[in-house]
Ligand binder design. Sequence first.
Ligand code: ADP
Ligand code: MG
Length: 340
Amino acid sequence: MAIQILPPQLANQIAAGEVVERPASVVKELVENCLDAGATKVDIEIEKGGAKLIRIQDNGCGISKTDLALALSRHATSKLHTLDDLEAILSFGFRGEALASISSVSRLTLTSRTEEQAEAWMAYAEGSEMAVKIQPAAHPIGTTIDVADLFFNTPARRRFLKSDKTEFAHIDEWLKRMALVRPDIQLTLKHNGKQVRHYRPANTDNQFLQRLTQVAGRSFAEQAVKVECNHEELQLSGYLQSPQQSELQDIHYFYVNGRLVRDRLVNHAVRQAFADLNELEQPGYVLMLQLDPHQVDVNVHPAKHEVRFHQARYVHDFILQALTSALEQSVAISAVNEPF
Ligand code: ADP
Ligand code: MG
């Protein structure tokens, strides 16, 4: 067989296999782009669990007319220029693949206007070469992306979609996690024309607690133990389930430099900190770790669900120490408050 270079659409569809698993993964990629673009407000509209339509509008910096075609091309990004940049990445995106991948497995249109432009433009990619077409449009400063008929041309993937309700639940769940790590952003979520979530911007502790209540429920938010600890370049903040609560709080959110990740290290540290206090197998937590981006590798997985710490042991021990002292303080306080 002769060797051939894959046509762009096919190459993008293959790449899409890694990052575009279901509607929630599209929402994740697109909302992260909004935040990278400096948006303070993001509106999400979903139809039929996202299989019919995912529409995301932001008030970020927009994409200039001349960059629209590039935004839809693979390996085109405004967020990374050299390998050194990758060593210290703070934006969500850097691979320059999401829009190209999503657009190869859906009918995607990108409408955007920058501050410098008096008019907006709409772009979409067509055919196996994914040639980008551009036409004038009406839009305020910012960007709207419409993803219609996800997986219409990849039937194997489409068959794996669950019911609208289940797919929407995945979107809602992902958005909850985002809502906690970016309380400054106003977020709305609609399903089939009906508003389901409205997260108001939260800039004070009190407003944050309201958001935590919306996301994690009243019983977690009202009793949670606050964690706040700095050591050298490491900083941990967030909330731990109260050890007095014996019911399962099914909230296990861990963020590293603002990125939601799955990590066994934190699960382990939480369990160890609780070991003598509570029988629960996995107490609830919302924890945010900040550290020098050079100390963590985020380029481990295309969907960036995982990270690798250069000094994993050190990070683990720091987290454990921070949690243990937060718990000790809370136990001491509740002992003082206990009636005789
Ligand atoms: P990445 O985020 O890895 O750079 P994407 O394919 O997600 O790759 O996006 C490609 C480029 O399109 C981004 O680098 C950015 O310049 C631009 N872009 C995408 N979405 C938006 C948005 N909502 N607002 C402004 N620019 C955007
Ligand atoms: Mg991106």
